[in-house]
Design a protein around this ligand. Sequence first.
Ligand SMILES: [Fe+2]
Length: 233
Amino acid sequence: MISGAHCEQLDPRISYPSYKSFDEFVDVDALRALDGYVRSRIERRLAAEQDRRFYTGPFLLDSSAAELPGTRMIYLSRSTRAEDYYDLDNTDVWEPTEAAEEFSLLMDFIATLPFRRTGRMMIIYDDVARPVSAHRDHASPDLCHEFVWFRTNLDKPFYMLDPATGEQAYVRSHCAWFDTVNQFHGGDGRDGLTFSIRVDGVFDHAFRARIPVPAHNRASTPALWAALEQGAG
Ligand SMILES: [Fe+2]
């Protein structure tokens, strides 16, 4: 199913699994300080059973794995159009939800991220030890979504996986950007409430200027950035 995604058009410096930590670009202490705040609000919603289940999409590593693994989502923004995955960075169509008011301190933190404009924003959480099936987000190598994935604690084991070798790399940082097309990502189950946040949008001009651009396969941009950093370090 993945065959061909690891195509010859990838920059030869790239290797998978990989992710680009964004901890150097954000206030990690401020993010950590939000842990109890976010947790208590999720617990309230959990008690009220008000959130939708997370849909991994059809691009699963193991086609028999659950597409709806049970994880739940809180949308901090909603699209004004019919649901379309490819709208997630179409910043014109997103507006804040009531949950954005409920999580206003989290929204204040999101405002400090290097976006010119934001699109889809959501919290993904689970309260039981349930894995998120390894998946790709879409199958278009020329499409690179600009997003920040982040978390207030490091509780949930979240990994990148190279489909060619099966090798996994667990994310060690609080914040990351990663290639969602040429590799898989997923999470292991862990007891207790676990959560992470993903904000999609358009990075601001100054931030974009720091990002290396691959000659082919734009979806591999975060992987190229990670590779160049490793090479430099
Ligand atoms: Fe995903």
